[in-house]
Design a protein around this ligand. Sequence first.
Ligand code: ADP
Ligand code: ZN
Length: 733
Amino acid sequence: MSFTGADFFDTGQLVGVLTTQPLDRVLDYKAPEGGCHLGAFVEVPLGPRKVLGVVWGPGKGDYDRAKIRSVIRALNVAPMRDEMRNFLEKAGDYTLTPMSAMLRLATRAPGLGDPPSMQKIYRLGEGKPDRVTDARTRVLATLEEYGGLAFTLKELSEMAGVTSSVVKGLVKQGVVREEDTPRDTPFPRLDPGYAYTDLTKDQAVAADALRDKIRSGTFSATLLRGVTGSGKTEVYLEAVSETLRQRRQALVLLPEIALTPEFLTRMQARFGAMPAEWHSGATMTERRRIWKMVGQGGCDVVVGARSALFLPFRDLGLIVVDEEHDTSYKQEDGVLYNARDMAVLRASLCGAQVVLASATPSLETWANAEAGKYTRLDLTARFGPAVMPELRAVDMRAETLPSNRWISPTLRRTAEARIAQGEQVLFFLNRRGYAPVTICRACGHQVGCPHCDARMVEHRFLKRLMCHQCGETQPLPEVCPACEVEGKMAAVGPGVERLAEEAAEVFPEAKIATLSSDMFGSARALKAQIAEIAEGDTDIVIGTQLVAKGHNFPRLTLVGVIDADLGLQGSDLRAAERTFQLMRQVAGRAGRVEKPGTALLQTFQPEHPVIRAILSGDEEGFWRAEAAERQAAGVPPFGRMAGLILSSTDMQEAFDIGALLARNDGPIRAVGAQVFGPAPAPIARVRGRHRVRLLVKAPKGVALQGALAKWIAPVRGSAQFRLSVDIDPQSFY
Ligand code: ADP
Ligand code: ZN
């Protein structure tokens, strides 16, 4: 690396340091002994504490020089690159997020300043064991089989199938050698030519187009569209391969739930080594290793959840956003950002390609491709013999069902036939728990959460009522909390647990498995369970939207959507789009291998335009109609929106400030935008805080962020009061 004068500050020179502390400005310090680089990660004194910061530029010098303190030390990690500083600033401006919070996003790895920690590894030693046992022989055989390789204690004992004390015993006798090595070591190189797939014609055309773009070394964005199973992953792995050939790094973003061992194994099969995996379950040491190695070039490919976007890549050449329409890309607390949009921003700043892959793109992305801003590549057929499932509506008005029953006779008959042939059936219901409402049959009282404006949902599995907003739980009441009559509390409506109960009665012989996020301790446990079901002998899978995402069920040939109308109601402007995507994906689970699949949609409104579009499979038609409607209404992506959420333990305060903002909407009107509200948020109380919303609608192309910043700058509230801005809101709760 070479440095020009402006990139380096000599000892004692003033530097401006951005810290992770919530201060709204960059602070002046003196450069430490030996000087420091622009972008250096540093430790600085702040009051009585030492905090992490980054040298953001030269000091301003508008502060009494005698009082300016010195940087304590520069950390031994790669300085933040200009491109990353630029990205954080632009992303912060876009989401109206203070820079300190942006820097926290970019430093989500602990102990960056610590010397690399050590770990113990084990390899073959010289000695001979005093006594030969089976367990000991297995340890030695494992070590011999892998030549000179060293293992961690856990790896070695697992591979040899012995307890760690067996290994330790061998260490004592010098048969196995124990060594200390630093943990933060480079990742194995990925080999772009390790394995090849013979691509179909469609796939080859798309892969060639992406390869050309990557060779250009400049930014552009591509929508890679194709039904589930059409080979999108195959195609973007070709793009990853070309990026590796160009000696640049690649990032593959997946929704957290799609980050499966299966996916990593697939990468390994293609590139001969595992990529780094960045997700919420990663340990602190793993995080730190990835963070450091991407900065030093010791890591070629990261596969990760949305926050991987803020890793300090040295030379990022490709970002893939798989399942780009997935709502989990929008972070809904803390910094409100959409990882898909931020991926496009980051790629544009570092001359990278961005590939947005989806079977059912978001309308935003579809419209960007339509307008020619993104290249669009289509994979039209499923790979191999699998075809799209046949989609049919079950008109629930014509079905006879006793009350508290949800599996229609038509669905039952079809499912029975499939199960009899040894095939798997999925009943899909996007509602967790046993029943969404618990009501008193004596007085009509519905049990609500004491802290939120939400109903308590019965979870029979846990034997409790639970609030899906705040997680509050309470035992199932025997006595009505309102009228105190005993034994009249009743469950109303279906959740997946209740559906499972019905399925067990209707299909007494079948093996049934229920999948719902709250039944599992971790994303890992859930993924393991999904994999087991996919491969195992389950006849009926009952699941929420979790099953819609990225897993193959090879024997699955029938999907029954219990309530296709759920999601069509509601004031969310994306309700139709979401329902369309979800139904298409769920239907896409059926018949992935060689048996054609069927999807049955139970609906009371078979004439609804969304249901009709799903059934006809006319995706372009659906998008065109949806786009026309949004264009007429001037809403995203044809107009801009921002939400303001005001919350306080004091309801009056939240409303008063909201009303004050609505009256003083000069800065908003000045750019031709409009303010709606204040109104109680659809969920008006969460965790004891009252919530009020304002909505800002603006024509496309106005400088909305500047106007918003000016508008909210004068807001002052009590210590209880909080205001957050949600640019391009996705959910309106
Ligand atoms: P998508 O990402 O669109 O869902 P995948 O890339 O996962 O599709 O492909 C679906 C399945 O078909 C995978 O098991 C994949 O390995 C296989 N497949 C796709 N294209 C090919 C090909 N050209 N040759 C061999 N197998 C393929
Ligand atoms: Zn609650």
